[in-house]
Each structure stands twice: as C-alpha cells, then as structure tokens.
Design a protein around this ligand. Structure first.
Ligand SMILES: *Cc1c(COP(=O)(O)O)cnc(C)c1O
Length: 357
C-alpha cells in the first residue's frame, strides 16, 4: 500500500474526460445557448438580496417545494443535489453497498465507475444491435441476487432516453421490469427526458422502489449551476436525504433554479428548436456515403463512421469538437454529436459531408 486509500478507489480509472477547446463545442450535450440574460439579471438581483452569512436550507427545502410544484410531485419525494451525478453515487450507497449494480452497456460512464469506487459488483447487460434494451436479459441478471431478505439486492440503472445511443425503451417493458424487480432500487435516469417521448413519472408514482433522476444541465441550459434532483416515493426520499450532506445546495444555486422554474418558457421553446434541428441533421446525413446516424430521442446523435479517430480529427480540424464513443461496447467507429444552434449544425454538416470516406 503506497498511501492509505481503499484498493477499489486506487484501482479505479479517472473520469474519462479530456477538455479540448474548439469554436463549435458539441461534445458534452450542453445547451449551446446560455441561460437568458434577463433571467440571469433576475437571479443576480435575488442573490444580492439574500443573506450570504446564513446557511441555506438544510435540504434545499424551498427549492424542493418549487420543483415539486413544477413537477406536480410530493415535496417529500424530491431530493436535490449539486448535479444529478452526485445522486448516482448516493443511490449506490443507499441500496447497493455490498450488493450489485445492474445496468446495460453501452451506458453512461458513471454507473460503472461509481459501482467500482464503492466496491459494488457490476453487471452490464449488452444492448441489442439496434440499441434496444434486452429486458429478458436484464431480468435474468437480477436472479439469485437477494441473499438476505433484510438487505436490498442493489440498484438497476437505466437511462431513458438512453445515453449515448439516444434510443428510448418502451414504458410497458419498464413496467414489467418494475414488477419483477422487488428488492432492487430501479433508477431511471431522465437527463434527456425533455427531448424524448415522455417520462416514466406515472410508473414512479405507482412503484415505491422506482426513482427518476433529472438535471438542469441539459434542456435548461444550466450545466454551470450544478443542480439535479431525484423524484421518488416519500419513503425512499426520506432515507436518501440522510446521505446528502447537510446544507449542500447554496443560496446562489437555489435562487438560480427557482428563477428558471418560474420562467420555463425559454426551455420549452429551445427544446422544440433542438428537436427540429436534430431531425434536420438526421435527414441531411441520411445520404452520407459512409456515416450512419442512429434515431435519437436526446439532444445528441450517435453516428457510426468507418474510423472514429479519423472522423474526430477531421471534424476538429474544421473547428467542431465531438465526443468519441468507440471505446464503448458495441460502438466501434462511433462518435456522439450534440445538437447545437442552427449555425453550429451547419458547420458540422459541411465538415461531415467532406469527411474522409
Ligand atoms: C448529463 C447527464 C447526467 C447528469 O448530469 P449532472 O450535470 O450531474 O446533473 C446524468 N445522466 C446522464 C445520462 C447524463 O447524460
């Protein structure tokens, strides 16, 4: 032992991200448009009027109430943290320490990374070739896990819409999984829900072990604010809250998000624009000689190219930064492109059509 650190942490890789700068930044599924100026001004005014010498709410209670009002959810079933990625780790601590994390692959990197850091066993069920979830295989992966009746078996993580493929699994399949996953926490990561075909909220209302994850980092254009939340049964939220550090969400974060929730019009409008642009890019690349675009329910597109490194380099030379996905299971040659503004997408499309074959 070189330093007194658990082996699970020592042997885990760093989060896979290398910052690169480029004029057209389409690598992190952020909103290309900033939070509106008039709303920024309102946030700054409210933050200036707040008492910075006082601790904020213990569990961001005022903000939870605002989110509950917006989502028509019980305020006691809302848990807010500094980014939904914090919740991914906390939910493993809640229900999978010494247990298992079951997810699909490819997937969002943090499910597996956090499972590894926390020493939970990880089962990744391969997606089918068309990127659909093999629910029979997921259900099979749950079997034989709950050894002790008084401890949970673990956590199931499913992003919906799926990242990074953009596919969206059907609700009736999720319903069946919810019915067959007693003893597990079933977490549906809805980071991209605004761009897709509807939420699993009704499912989560009916099943006390189903949790939804949401974020302000994508559709709301507030990645810099670092706020996300979980929607769950009151019973799960009450226990989850014990794991969130007290006073975690600052006055600045709370005021910022409350202003956004009071003015959601800009977000709804932008989502419509992104969906239109996503479909325009998809059509424009449909006759590409070597690139294939997957249908997407997110604010991004997964594209299979003959060589991901070559495609990435070519796009970057043309000022466009995208994310390579070719290290993921089943995604050989793939890159992921965030849907940007119309002008940004035009730059991307011109470069795409001039890409080496
Ligand atoms: C972006 C993203 C998140 C979370 O983001 P935060 O910025 O931490 O709220 C969670 N899950 C998926 C699949 C994402 O793409």
């Amino acid at each position: 032992m070189q330093i007194p650190v658990r082996h699970a942490v020592f042997s885990s890789p760093d989060y896979p991200f290398d910052p690169v700068s480029a004029p057209v930044k389409l690598d992190q599924n952020e909103s290309s448009e900033d939070f509106p100026d008039d709303l920024k001004a309102l946030v700054l005014k409210r933050v200036a009027a707040a008492e910075w010498n006082r601790y904020p709410d213990l569990h961001a209670d005022t903000l939870c109430a605002a989110i509950a009002g917006f989502e028509q959810w019980s305020p006691s079933g809302v848990v807010v943290t500094t980014g939904s990625n914090v919740l991914i780790s906390l939910l493993i601590q809640l229900s999978a320490l010494g247990g298992r994390v079951v997810t699909v692959k490819s997937n969002f990197a943090l499910y597996g990374l956090d499972a590894q850091l926390l020493g939970s066993r990880l089962s990744e069920v391969p997606l089918r070739e068309d990127h659909s979830v093999d629910f029979d295989a997921v259900i099979a992966a749950l079997e034989g896990a709950s050894a002790h009746a008084d401890e949970p078996a673990g956590v199931i993580y499913l992003p919906r819409p799926h990242a990074p493929t953009g596919s969206q699994c059907p609700l009736d399949a999720l319903e069946r999984l919810a019915q067959l996953s007693r003893g597990w926490l079933l977490v549906i990561d809805e980071a991209y829900v605004h761009f897709g075909e509807g939420s699993a909220a009704e499912l989560a209302r009916r099943h006390a072990h189903v949790v939804l994850l949401r974020t302000f980092s994508k559709a709301w254009g507030l990645a810099g604010a670092r706020v996300g939340y979980a929607l769950s049964s009151d019973a799960v939220a009450r226990q989850l809250r014990k794991l969130v550090p007290p006073f975690a969400v600052s006055v600045m974060q709370s005021e910022c998000i409350r202003v956004a929730l009071e003015n959601p019009g800009y977000m709804h409008e932008r989502v419509q624009g992104i969906v239109r642009e996503r479909d325009r890019i998809t059509r424009a690349l449909s006759d590409h000689p070597t690139w294939t675009v997957s249908p997407s329910s997110g604010n991004f597109l997964l594209i299979r190219t003959p060589d991901a490194q070559q495609a990435f380099d070519h796009l970057l030379t043309n000022g466009v930064l995208v994310r390579r996905q070719d290290r993921h299971f089943g995604l050989e040659g793939c890159i992921r492109v965030t849907v940007g503004t119309r002008a940004e997408n035009d730059v991307f499309l011109r470069a795409a059509h001039a890409a080496p074959r």
